[in-house]
Design a protein around this ligand. Structure first.
Ligand code: UDP
Length: 250
């Protein structure tokens, strides 16, 4: 494990090779970035919290029949995952208007303000392309650019909506409102018979969800960093504690 080859380093995670070609190590860093990495900081403990929270959430989704890349947690920073070819599309599901959607529609005649409850969840797609600031795209771009077939895209959309229902319940149980979140999907390098060709990958943590305290409205996600509110580690630690997870930080 000491001389592992680093295959990829992203903004909040790094990926390392293992001795098994179809398995990788996902390492959670303490780096926080926002606005396409124009804003950057190191927030001590964030990686450990995201590792624990994401492991908990992915495991629960797995128990509910969602196919995902997680094999097991290795230690407080690392997870063993199945190697996947990531589909370069960020899938966002929204229950309440916030963030970029509100910014994009500001001034529209229909009142889409921060906090507007959506009549039905909205699934959006963004091309994963930092140089272009992850532009929003439609389902037809995805099939037209051959990033996924019609059937695969239907699977992705329905799986994202199923995950939304499961996550909403999981967070409601701990007094949290799930505002929105981002998912990534990939094609496993070593497919398993009977499994879908596409599985959930990446992470699900307060870094890629918007989470509001149901009673107080307190923000418990990366908006604390985006908006310079402070208290990010305390907020993530609160989510971990409510899930019954113990994450010891220095
Ligand atoms: N999100 C993410 N990575 C991105 C963009 C968005 O994890 O590169 C998450 C974000 O945390 C939020 C949801 O996707 O929970 C919707 O984000 P939005 O489109 O509002 O973009 P933002 O302006 O917040 O990046």
């Amino acid at each position: 494990m000491d001389h592992r080859e680093k295959l990829y380093e992203g903004k909040a995670k790094a990926i390392f090779a293992t001795d098994t070609p179809d398995e990788l190590i996902q390492y959670f860093k303490d780096d926080a970035t926002a606005y396409n990495a124009q804003k950057h900081d190191i927030i001590s403990g964030k990686g450990k919290l995201n590792n624990a929270i994401s492991h908990h959430i992915m495991s629960k989704l797995g128990e509910s029949g969602i196919h995902h890349h997680l094999i097991r947690q290795i230690n407080d920073r690392e997870q063993l995952i199945r190697k996947c070819k990531i589909i370069p599309v960020e899938v966002v599901v929204r229950n309440i208007a916030a963030g970029s959607m509100v910014g994009r529609l500001a001034g529209a005649h229909i009142p889409i303000n921060q906090g507007t409850c959506l009549k039905t969840p909205i699934v959006e797609y963004y091309l994963k392309e930092d140089a272009l600031n992850d532009p929003i795209i439609t389902a037809e771009h995805i099939t037209g650019f051959d990033l996924a077939s019609e059937d695969e895209l239907t699977y992705i959309r329905l799986t994202a909506l199923a995950i939304n229902r499961l996550l909403m319940d999981m967070f409601a149980d701990i007094g949290i409102v799930l505002v929105d979140f981002k998912l990534e999907f990939g094609r496993p390098a070593k497919p398993v018979a009977g499994e879908p060709a596409i599985i959930l990958a990446d992470e699900i943590s307060p870094d890629n969800c918007r989470l509001w305290d149901k009673a107080t409205g307190d923000i418990k996600d990366k908006d604390r960093f985006r908006k310079d509110l402070g208290g990010l580690v305390d907020a993530y630690q609160d989510i971990a504690t409510r899930f019954g997870l113990t994450v010891s930080l220095p």
